[in-house]
Design a protein around this ligand. Structure first.
Ligand code: SF4
Ligand code: SF4
Ligand code: FES
Length: 262
């Protein structure tokens, strides 16, 4: 171990990692500088352990928000890899940098007054999807294992519903867009497909519509006012004693005994 590495001080990190006794230290290169970090940490914790403090590029820490996409390659390997810093365990000699933001194209449109049918809307707002060369880089890049090239193909075919379904797990990390040779912003085009699918291609939920109308008409005003008068203990009791749907009940079978407030 070099003198520099031996002198590396252990700093408190965001979630107070406590090193197990005899933890093995491994080298990690963060934005060009080498650090020694204990093995088993995620890349995000390793970055914090190395003394960095997150002000961007970190959100849920649970693989949901898409804020922590990062690039890495191993010393001597030509392959550029990607992952989510909060979900990927650091390995020795990873050379890493994070991508806290990537400028993707955002086309503005009003979902309440669409100027064309859904297929046309994609053509109007994201015509570059037709420049896809089918290289598959986006699919190989996606940390959520989404078939990105597949949903782009559905958009080209005018199958908005399938594009919406296939892209549903997208967390908008932007990693796929950052690598597309055709400069397509796949995640924002897919977001439009999902909005169009929900607005135009999916049957309306009549019960939700009527409930929203009831809310607007003030059906629940008196109950809310009543709740606002209760103290903390009474609210806790009400919450804990509420009727709850059993975990394994079949869809549509369970109804609460007290239906006075439905
Ligand atoms: S990276 Fe771009 S060009 Fe390549 S398959 Fe994906 S969308 Fe098409
Ligand atoms: S489709 Fe693109 S933006 Fe969405 S999760 Fe995958 S890589 Fe990230
Ligand atoms: S911090 Fe949200 S996905 Fe990693």
């Amino acid at each position: 171990m070099s003198k520099k590495k031996a002198a590396q001080t252990v700093v408190a990190c965001g979630d107070k990692t406590i090193l197990p006794e005899g933890a093995k230290m491994i080298p990690l290169i963060i934005m060009g500088k080498e650090y020694m970090i204990p093995e088993t940490l995620t890349v995000m914790k390793a970055i914090e352990f190395s003394g960095y403090k997150y002000v961007r590029g970190c959100g849920c820490r649970g693989g949901i928000c898409g804020a922590c996409g990062f690039f890495y390659r191993f010393e001597g390997d030509y392959k550029l890899k990607t992952g989510l810093a909060c979900q990927t365990v650091a390995e020795p000699n990873m050379i890493i940098t994070q991508l806290p933001f990537f400028p993707m194209k955002r086309s503005r449109f009003d979902i309440r007054s669409l100027e064309a049918n859904p297929e046309e809307m994609i053509r109007i707002h994201y015509p570059e999807v037709f420049k896809c060369v089918g290289c598959g880089t986006c699919t190989r890049t996606c940390p959520m294992e989404i078939d990105v090239m597949g949903y782009v193909a559905h958009m080209k075919q005018g199958n908005i519903k399938k594009a919406a379904k296939k892209s549903f797990d997208c967390i908008l990390c932007g990693l796929c867009a950052s690598r597309c040779p055709a400069q397509i912003s796949q995640p924002t085009a897919a977001l439009m497909a999902r909005r169009l699918s929900a607005k135009v291609l999916t049957p309306t939920a009549d019960h939700l519509k009527s409930r929203a109308e009831e809310v607007k008409e003030g059906k629940y005003e008196s109950i809310l006012k009543e709740l606002a008068t209760l103290d903390e203990e009474a609210l806790k009791t009400l919450y804990l004693e509420r009727e709850r749907e059993p975990d394994l009940s079949k869809t549509g079978e369970w109804m609460p005994e007290d239906q006075s407030r439905l």
